[in-house]
Design a protein around this ligand. Sequence first.
Ligand SMILES: Cc1cc2nc3c(=O)[nH]c(=O)nc-3n(C[C@H](O)[C@H](O)[C@H](O)COP(=O)(O)OP(=O)(O)OC[C@H]3O[C@@H](n4cnc5c(N)ncnc54)[C@H](O)[C@@H]3O)c2cc1C
Length: 309
Amino acid sequence: MLVDLTEYHRPTEMARAASLLARERPVTVPLGGATALCGGAAVGVEAVVDLGGLELDFIRAESDGLSIGAMTTLQDLVENRATRSFRSGVIAASARSSATRGLRNAATVGGTLAAGGLARADLPVVLLALDARVRVLGLDGQERWLAMAECTDGLPARGIIVEVSVPGPSRSGPGAGGAEPGAPGLPPPPAGAAFMRVGRTVSDPSLVHVAAAVDSVPDGGCAVRLACGGVGWAPVRAVAVEAELRGSDLDDGTVRRALERDLALTPPPSDFRASSTYREAVARVLARRAIRQACALAAGAHPSLGDAG
Ligand SMILES: Cc1cc2nc3c(=O)[nH]c(=O)nc-3n(C[C@H](O)[C@H](O)[C@H](O)COP(=O)(O)OP(=O)(O)OC[C@H]3O[C@@H](n4cnc5c(N)ncnc54)[C@H](O)[C@@H]3O)c2cc1C
């Protein structure tokens, strides 16, 4: 509850929003869908800047990827035709499992990323595997693009998340810039993505979630980007596994051997929900399945997204 709230602002210009947020007093924060701010204990927040007047609720299919406005709700991601078809539908699938329908109708992409681990959402692990970038307006009025890896547990500095840009296979593929896979007139290279999760129940936060994105590389073989995380475990890229698999044809034996490496630089945390050993074991199983599914999709299989409810 916003028990200390004394001011509410709904600016229609970004510069005005940034200047309101830059004030030292009253203590002012951005307002997205308000699910965390109103549902949690937002003690000490004296003013909010509602971002709803800034026209940030959009999903645009661009020639080189997908652009998602910060005020887009998680339910919009579930229902939108572009997100349901983009990169095997993993953005729509992870938005859907991030929260219950009631929360998804209000919770925004920007609020979910800014809340970091508090959101307990599945979306960030998928955005990390897809190599997304986040456009942030700093309170000094300067815009910056941050790699998703810098935002996996919230924003590194105060600012307004404006947009998330997710590259398509042509730009995100490790071959981008090499054989010009996305050059005009050429079809996009084979690419697939998959998202897997394990939770205590379907609607419970994920104990472990894994996302894999597979692209072809110009010098032959495939490359995979693999991200894993879970509740209390901010998403990380499994860079050693990725390096081991680069250029291989991702057959099951090679994937199994690569997954014997450490998935993350530090082991996953242990808490009352699951031990570190359990999370790591489950992450390996999910990673293998996700890579296999992403490969199948890259080879032409079609994902089953179910309904958009
Ligand atoms: C009872 C309850 C249950 C919940 N269950 C779940 C759940 O199952 N799954 C889940 O994922 N989450 C859950 N949450 C947490 C919350 O719903 C999510 O974190 C949600 O995604 C937040 O999005 P929002 O748009 O509502 O953010 P808000 O509540 O508006 O804001 C959250 C934080 O982000 C900041 N912020 C908002 N937008 C921006 C922006 N564009 N740029 C910079 N900062 C911004 C705000 O200042 C605030 O600090 C739950 C919360 C409650 C109260």
